[in-house]
Design a protein around this ligand. Structure first.
Ligand SMILES: *[C@@H]1O[C@H](CO)[C@@H](O)[C@H](O)[C@H]1NC(C)=O
Ligand SMILES: *[C@@H]1O[C@H](CO)[C@@H](O)[C@H](O)[C@H]1NC(C)=O
Length: 285
């Protein structure tokens, strides 16, 4: 009778496909159950066929992927808690009584960073570990409109201020928000120079704390002395590396948000195209 029941149970397991597929956000905890476990028989928890721990009569025997000192797992007879999920925690978990779970950890981020200068390129990532084919829905700023791309990696070419704000990735009932800050540089487009007079070309960043500029330059097709001046961060402070000429004056001393230059006796052929501050970096804490 009991053998018959066991066989029936096994058949049911195969027919019903006991493996649950779970999608979870990176950084959260997950608890999975071991159905039918009893403290009498003990239980063995595995991740990708490697032992996490075996629990017999209240004793926990850690496996090689769960060395002492690690708080990753909290195994019990009837449940296993996995803390602070990371992509590498994706895969199959099982307990010796037969419960199986396929876990996919989802994380969203922007590359190369969350603070980027206007006209640079970015990539939005919504990484569904172990399920590269999963379709994601992106919502874009300013008001969460549907975005046409449904891929896990979305390239954003030449960022504009319209790309600034909250992007949301939706997949398998999960929702992850990421905030992209596009830093607008005020360029020369709005400047009107009077021929023969001096003109200041404004180029500035909004004040953002804990971020720094590590390089940049002005670009001017017909004015080589502007283009050759670059920002120098080899000193303790950021400075223009370029000399004043009879036509261009650079600010002396440390720079932080103001990168103006002054053109002497502006003439139409001095027209400067744009100021580009590249590698606007987020300082890692
Ligand atoms: C994401 O943003 C939306 C809209 O601002 C908000 O309703 C939601 O709670 C946020 N989700 C998370 C997980 O922060
Ligand atoms: C350029 O000239 C201005 C005005 O004369 C002066 O304040 C500044 O120090 C000079 N900059 C450099 C890099 O020599």
């Amino acid at each position: 009778m009991s053998t018959f029941m066991n066989i029936l149970f096994l058949v049911l397991h195969i027919l019903l496909g006991e493996c649950a597929v779970l999608y979870r956000k990176a950084g959260t905890d997950l608890t999975i159950q071991c159905d039918g476990a009893s403290s009498k028989d003990g239980v063995e928890w595995k991740f990708k066929d490697e032992r996490i721990a075996k629990i017999v009569k209240g004793f926990k025997l850690r496996g090689p992927i769960f060395p002492s000192g690690s708080n990753k797992y909290h195994p019990d007879t009837d449940s296993l808690r996995i803390t602070r999920l990371e992509s590498s925690d994706s895969g199959r978990y099982s307990c010796s009584q037969g419960s199986e779970y396929d876990v996919h950890v989802v994380s969203a981020f922007v590359q190369p960073g969350t603070v980027l200068p206007q006209s640079s390129d970015a990539e939005l990532h919504c990484n569904v570990e172990g399920d590269t084919k999963a379709k994601v829905q992106w919502l874009r700023p300013p008001d969460g409109q549907l975005y046409h791309e449904r891929k896990q990696i979305v390239p954003l070419k030449s960022l504009t201020l319209k790309d600034n704000g909250q992007w949301t990735c939706q997949v398998q009932g999960l929702q992850i928000n990421i905030t992209l800050t596009v830093v607008g540089l005020q360029t020369t487009e709005a400047v009107e120079g009077t021929v023969g007079r001096n003109v200041v070309l404004p180029c500035s960043l909004p004040q953002i704390t804990s971020r720094r500029v590590v390089g940049g330059k002005w670009e001017a097709v017909h004015l080589p002395e502007v283009s050759t001046a670059t920002l120098d961060n080899t000193q303790k402070t950021l400075q223009w590396k370029g000399l004043n000429t009879s036509r261009v004056i650079f600010t002396n001393g440390p720079l932080s948000i103001n990168y103006d230059i002054k053109l002497i006796k502006y003439s139409l052929e001095m027209k400067v195209d744009l100021c580009v501050l590249w590698s606007l970096m987020v300082e890692r804490s």
